[in-house]
Design a protein around this ligand. Structure first.
Ligand code: NDP
Ligand code: GDP
Length: 342
């Protein structure tokens, strides 16, 4: 039985990866930080909460992580912990870098000093490409970051490569494009939309306020993407891979696709900041732009080129954009009805 340490176990990817590795008969140690609202809702949602050993620690504190490495015979580390929200990184740039950049180095130092050969996976991101320099981005496309988040992740990416080359550690990075699911945090635009529309049809709110809805992303499904992490770790030689669907859609496309699951028909009026979505049935505005959701610097467009992963890892996403919107919309409608019926 292999033992995997997953940092960020309480997050979207941590939960799905834990579920996947449990199916592969791994023993899972989840690195969790203490929180006053720690209810492990994602692990409960997947029904795996009692199948994981949770250890309290923090990526900012090397000694507490060291204790976990001494306590367990760890084979694989999946470093998913991060301050992962781009918008917040403009408000908390220093702590974002402490966790997302130095946190990676702290774990790599523990692995470097360990007698055991421990494999390491780093959660890199398409945000590193930022204001893109090519129309689709792959492993050799230059980075052009636009946020403290992206810059902190570039440090994590390069230090992972550096430790691989300097110390022959099996250390790989997955450059994952946006991936979503019913377990995505509600501050991210996809879940904000699927939850917001559920509240509108339930008459809890009249209108949903968003930022730059012309922005385009390459959106995939999180359960597909965590599998790619494991594939990378099973290769003989460590390497970096872009994981993406190779398709790009705007936030507005996501809305247009989602509304039909809520029984809504909409039409759009205006441009840029004056754009609004109007409910055809009653002419009421249900989506408006609020400039407060714009970022100091925006990444307007991302589209991955995951041919390397397809060729070497034999990985391909199963869920496309339309199916993703359907899964997320239906899950939030169901959740919402449950709450209403209680
Ligand atoms: P989430 O925000 O859902 O989860 C982040 C996790 O990191 C949470 O478990 C959080 O704990 C934990 N964490 C934050 N700070 C610390 C800390 N100081 N010490 C220990 N744990 C901490 O992110 P996702 O699951 O969506 O993403 C997983 C990883 O992949 C992240 O590194 C993210 O940056 C990266 N990524 C994600 C993409 C996506 O589209 N989802 C795209 C590309 C990369 P808590 O619950 O206590 O907050
Ligand atoms: P990101 O790609 O990691 O930043 O994921 P997000 O889901 O936070 O944002 C995706 C895109 O949606 C970005 O270009 C945002 O500027 C845009 N967006 C538009 N309106 C909103 C909003 O209200 N909230 C968030 N989070 N993003 C928004």
């Amino acid at each position: 039985m292999k033992t995997a340490l997953i940092t960020g176990i309480s997050g979207q990817d941590g939960a799905y990866l834990a579920k996947f590795l449990l199916e592969k008969k791994y023993k899972i140690i989840g690195l969790d930080r203490r929180s006053s609202r720690s209810d492990s809702w994602r692990l409960n949602y997947l029904g795996i909460n009692n199948k994981i050993i949770l250890e309290y620690s923090d990526l900012t504190e090397i000694s507490s992580m060291q204790r976990i490495f001494y306590k367990y015979n760890i084979d694989e580390v999946y470093n998913l912990a991060a301050q992962s929200f781009v918008a917040s990184s403009f408000n908390t740039p220093i702590s974002t870098c402490d966790v997302n950049a130095l946190g990676v180095l702290r774990i790599l130092e523990i692995i470097r000093n360990s007698k055991k050969k421990i494999k390491f996976y780093q959660a890199s991101t398409s945000e590193m490409f930022g204001k893109v320099l090519k129309s689709s981005q792959n492993e050799i496309t230059s980075f052009n970051p636009q946020s403290p988040y992206a810059i902190s992740k570039i440090f994590g990416h390069y230090i992972t490569q550096n430790y691989r080359k300097s110390y022959k550690i099996f250390a790989c990075s997955g450059i994952l494009f946006n991936h979503e699911s019913p377990l995505r945090g509600e501050e991210f635009v996809t879940r904000k939309i699927t939850v917001g529309l559920a509240k509108i049809i339930n008459k809890e709110i009249d209108c949903l306020y968003l930022g730059n809805i012309d922005s385009k992303r390459d959106w995939g499904y999180a359960e597909d993407y965590v599998k790619a992490m494991w594939f990378m770790m099973q290769k003989k030689v460590a390497n970096d891979y872009v994981i993406a669907t190779n398709q790009s859609y705007s936030v507005k496309d996501f809305i247009n696709e989602a509304v039909k699951y809520y029984g809504l028909e909409i039409f759009w009026k205006g441009k840029g900041l004056t754009q609004k979505a109007i409910n055809k049935k009653n002419n009421k505005i249900i989506i408006k732009i609020d400039p407060k959701f714009y970022r100091p610097l925006e990444v307007n467009y991302l589209r991955g080129d995951a041919r390397k992963a397809e060729k070497i890892l034999k990985w391909k996403p199963k869920i496309n954009f339309r199916k993703l919107v359907e899964i997320m919309s239906k899950a939030d409608i169901k959740r919402h009805l449950k709450v209403e019926n209680n």
